[in-house]
Design a protein around this ligand. Sequence first.
Ligand code: GAL
Length: 654
Amino acid sequence: MGLTRVPGLLFGGDYNPEQWPETVWDEDVRLMAEAGVNIVTVAVFSWSRLEPAPGVHDFGWLDRILDLLHAHGIAADLATATATPPPWLVRAHPDVQPVDAAGTRLEFGSRQGYCPSSPVFRDGSVRLARAMAERYRNHPALAMWHIGNEYGDHTVECFCEESARHFRRWLEDRYGTLDGLNSAWGTSCWGQHYTAWTQISPPRKAPGPVNPAQVLDWRRFSSDALLACFEAERAVLKDVTPDVPVTTNFMSLLHHLDYWKWADAEDFVSDDAYPDPADPAAHVKAALSYDLMRSLKRQPWLLLESAPGAVSWREVNVPKEQGVMRLHSLQALAHGSDGVMFFQWRQARYGPEKFHSAMLPHGGTDTRQWRETLALGADVRRLAEVAGTTTRAEVALVMDWDSWWGLEAPESLPSNRLRLHALLMSWYAPLHARGIDVDLAPPGRDLSSYKVVIVPNLYLCTAEQAANLASFTGRLVVGPFSGVVDAADQVHDGGAPGPLRPLLGVRSEEPWPIPDGRTQELVAHDGTRLVARTWSEWLEVDDAQVLARYRGGPLDGRPAVTRRGAATYLSCVPDDLTPVLDEVLGDAGITAPVLPEGVEACRRGDFLFLLNHGAAEATVPLPAAGTDLLTGRRLHGSVALAPRDAVVLKYRVS
Ligand code: GAL
């Protein structure tokens, strides 16, 4: 069973017919059918066209395009059209527009200009969502709902008075009493003791650093405020069209929204991914975020947007070289996507995105881009049986948004160089190089299906989360600066690693950040020398074996890496984690040699995806004989992969 009622894998993109005269639409649908497009996203930014005046609807053009799409066998990912409130609404209610931390109200003229707490925005968007649902509930093209667009993209938070009121209500729900809030926020520090809820504001621009507990709650609140907008629309859609799946397009590994929480509110996860073609490590970063998408609900997800070639929002927008659109699309499928979709179908002639690539470029059908679109459509059809299959990873990386927000709070930490994305990548990249399938997991999830669990960092760690990690019976690795604070960002009694201390058998007495440009050497018990940057710790051992010690510098001779039972603790991040990984994977019985440079291997159901992101031909051994779905070739032994080529091996018929 696929994500929607459309069989096989989804293939298509954002389609903005309102930007074109209707005379172009016939050509659009004809070319879509030629390319094998089976779904398009419509009406994402159409509020001002669908409701040109308060309560006055103009659905005629949308009726016509939906009918036309359906007549050509193309389904609709129908947006609720609420991503940009229309000018009439903003002019009648200027306080719909968001306010930044310095108090400036942002102007109309871009998109997503709304305060998430604005009752006017919420009422208006819910009313439009209901009107859309009632009008199109029985339309045969309707395959899924797309609420809003990329929540947290331009508007992450709003600092206006309405948001302040909403924040206070949120805080009252969380803490019940002002005493509770004062104690959680540690307001005895710097004279911030509150005596009335009305004294509390968002963390607006202040003379100096703002209370980090206030900032942490603000991050939670801001994620929840946007989620409430999504949920309000979802509720009306579920009321009118209970059987139509609902999603909103995520933005990969996004700092601002707690996607563990958001994913619970969706029927399936979808993602927009824009790996930078100029970045040689882009495919590894993309793989990490795709694995997150797959892990959010532990189900197939949907690549709802990607770029056929160049984007238009980087400083320098490098196109995708020949074959890269296909390779990157196959990569998303390899990591669990049940489709490949793009921004956008037809390249725009005006507006900020007129130079953004599209499936059908300015140059029309006699172009390299169009030929690649056609070829990809054919490949996607060849892979139809991959839809719905899942991945059984044996390794999980634990990550959590509360902890991420705490770790990257401004101006209150021993160093601001410990960044979660880099920490995740330091583990993910070597696992990826060995073709090991990796899930991501929140710290409270049942981890029993994994053989290895790695916690690159868990700065904020509650007693419950620590108990969950302690109940894991496989091989566990915990990275530096973990177990430092509780849910209120207050340091655990006795310091780090707080509730993880019995499990790890160590005490991290003092953080010892390494200045930029300097390194700290460490030596393992077998003589292996490693180099760490950024971070180290003065570690005391209660009850653990020392696997490596610092050599030289202020921590000379002190423990750096320890092990207690099946749990390893690293008080730093060595540049090369291979020796640690070798030991951990070996203990867990996972054997996976490093693949040729640039080659990626992923499993989904009975399919092995092999992708060559490298610049040279690579020969890859196969685990079993099988058939390449892309070419129909029978393969055994090994396969030679040209640069940017791929194989999807069906190697075990269940
Ligand atoms: C996304 C957005 C799309 C389009 C695209 C361009 O962030 O959802 O509407 O702007 O970027 O890359």
